[in-house]
Each structure stands twice: as C-alpha cells, then as structure tokens.
Design a binder for this molecule. Structure first.
Ligand code: FES
Length: 362
C-alpha cells in the first residue's frame, strides 16, 4: 500500500469509497475523510515525487545540521548557566561574558528551531491547498478511523520514518531545548543557599579567632570618641572589602545614646536575653531594613527612632530596634559590641539573620 502521493487533485473524489477495502491506499482514505468533512483538496503534491533523490538527501542533511546545531547551542546554554563560575567582581573578568553567552546561545538555539521548522514545512512537506466547510456534528466511529489514518499519514509525510537521520537530529536538537526551559529551575536548586554559610554569616564573623574591628568607610578603626552623645555613624567590618558591595549585608549604625536612653536600651537588652550587647552607652544595629533590605539610617535622636526611607518603617532603638511603624515586622539585628585597645570591635557576628525574610526564618 502506497503512502506517498506524487501529485493528486480532487478529480473523482466525489464518489464514496469503502475505507475497509484493503486495496485502497492510505491517501485514498485521507481523501475520503476530506470528502466527508466537506474538504476539497484542490491541490496536493509531494516535494520529492521520487524518494531518495540527490536534492532530497541534500535538504535532509541541511535540516539535520540545523537541528544538531540547535542541540549544540542549547547544550552550551545549559552548561554555561549551571557550571559557569560566575560571581560579581568589580572590574573586568570572565564574569562579564556570562549574560551575553546565555543570550547568544539561547538566541541561536531558538533561531535554529524556527528556521529548521520553517524550512521543513516549506521544502519537505507536500504542498497542499484545501478548502473546508465548517460543520458542528459529533464524529462517527468511521470518521474517527479516518482521522486516525489521516494523522498517521501526516506522520509518514513528515518523512521522519523514511529519514531516520532527520528524526534523530530533531530529537538531538529539541531535547536540549527542553533542558533550557528546565535550567532556571534546576539552576536555582544547584546554587544552594547554605554554600559557604553565606546567608548566616556576615563580614563581622570573627576570622582566625580574631574579633573584627568597626571601621570608617576609609578603613580606619572607630574609637568611642568618634561619636558624640546622641550621634551616630555608619561603620563597616575591618576586613578586606568590608565597605564594598562584597559585604553589602554588613553596614552597621553605631549610635552613642544619651545616658537616660542608654539605661532604657540596656534594660530592653536585658529583658530580651542580650545583656552584654552594648558597650557603655553605645549600641549598634544592622542598617539593612528587615522589610525589603533598604538602608535604614535616618536616626531621630529626640525620639530614638530609626526610619527607613523606602517604605517608612520605624524602629525604636531603645527597645531593641522594635518595629513600631510601617511594613517591617522584625527587629533590626543587633551587633554585640566591645572595645579592644581603644577601638571598637564586634564581639561576634549578628545572632539573627540580616535583612528581609527568607525561607528558613520562623
Ligand atoms: S525597605 Fe525599609 S521600610 Fe521597606
């Protein structure tokens, strides 16, 4: 039974045929189905009436090449996305090529898919012109059989069965495209948040048993005399890059409270189980707002309130930085203070997670 048509028209299609007759070809059944659906096949012509010609083989090879390239680019995207050791570093470096490489590989893969499918449809599939009237009645069993045969016939005409190389290349090209869609999900799982304990430590974490000093923006250590009563300054961990984006979770507001306010703050610390967190009348809190991570640094010394300018959250410094207004619902983490040889140092890292909520916070 032939499954190819080398040029058909609707001539003679007005008579019904017996679709169970083993002598009728699959195309005859397809045409019968079209007739019953009031479809007029005006023109139907195979692109390559004689199978296996040089031209057909050349076209098959071209399409194969395109789909293999698609697979290559899509695989390159997945590899770059998951294994590229990208990390932000100021200046130049391989990291700056990360995004362009992702864009280029994904763009070329999608372009290849589009081009390959277009070329397949235009150059390989039979040319067909049909006209169909609409009808709304449900299909009979016989019509369903016809539809099934039509679908199988179309699969045959796609040529994958006759051109296995094309089928393999299509699979090789499209499977990595599927992986591309999954890459962001899988990639998100691979870069796990506990790596290097990065969500639980900041620049204040003691290194080699040494406490980290509080420093000004230029790296000079901070002394108690640097902040007058009622005043405040922003301080950074005294480590390499402590005042840079590398330690963006570490800026701290060091406040020198007036005597009465300091007593109040000390009592609140005592009540909350942090008796040794202040040093004399000095107290320090993370500047990273617990709402959405903006720098909270508008300190009003009359009321001891720290305001975050982003969404107006206010924290009461004398009550262990309790949020008293705005969307923030969690206190600012406190940095336990001490003084070593006349300079401020952090007794330990923060004991609570800095910044906005994340998945492991109760
Ligand atoms: S980020 Fe501070 S109030 Fe929203």
């Amino acid at each position: 039974m032939s499954t190819r048509t080398d040029g058909h028209t609707q001539a003679g299609a007005s008579q019904s045929i017996d679709v169970d007759d083993p002598k009728v070809s699959r195309f005859d059944i397809v045409r019968e189905g079209a007739r019953r659906d009031d479809i007029e096949i005006v023109h139907y012509e195979a692109q390559f009436p004689v199978p296996g010609t040089k031209a057909e083989r050349r076209l098959t090879r071209t399409l194969t090449g395109i789909f293999l390239l698609v697979g290559l680019f899509a695989t390159a995207f997945v590899v770059a996305y998951i294994w590229w050791p990208w990390e932000y570093k100021p200046g130049s470096g391989a990291g700056k090529f990360y995004t362009p490489v992702l864009g280029l590989t994904l763009g070329l893969a999608l372009l290849g898919v589009g081009f390959g499918i277009l070329a397949w449809g235009k150059k390989l599939l039979p040319k067909e012109v049909s006209i169909q009237d609409r009808h709304i009645e449900p299909a009979s069993d016989e019509e369903r059989k016809i539809t099934g045969n039509t679908l199988v016939y179309m699969a045959d005409e796609l040529g994958v069965r006759r051109r296995p190389l094309l089928g393999i290349s299509l699979l090789a090209g499209l499977a990595p495209i599927g992986a591309v869609a999954a890459a962001p999900l899988v990639g998100g799982l691979i870069e796990q948040p506990h790596k290097n304990n990065q969500y639980f430590t900041t620049g204040w974490h003691p290194t080699d048993g040494k406490l980290i000093h509080l420093t000004h923006h230029d790296g000079t250590p901070v002394r108690p005399e640097d902040v007058s009563p009622g005043g405040q300054i922003t301080v950074f961990p005294g480590i390499e890059g402590g005042a840079t984006n590398k330690h963006a979770d570490s800026p701290v507001l060091l406040i020198h409270l007036r005597e009465g306010d300091a007593s109040e703050a000390r009592a609140a610390n005592q009540r909350d189980g942090k008796p040794e967190s202040m040093w004399n009348n000095y107290i320090a809190f993370s500047k990273i707002c617990t709402h959405a991570g903006c720098p909270a640094s508008l300190y009003e010394q009359q009321t001891n309130r720290l305001l975050c300018p982003c969404h107006q959250s206010q924290f009461l410094i004398t009550d262990n930085a309790r949020p008293i207004f705005g969307p923030a619902s969690r206190r600012l983490p406190q940095l336990p203070l001490t003084v070593e040889e006349g300079f401020f140092a952090a007794k330990s890292d923060f004991t609570e997670t800095v910044g906005p909520d994340f998945w492991e916070r109760p």
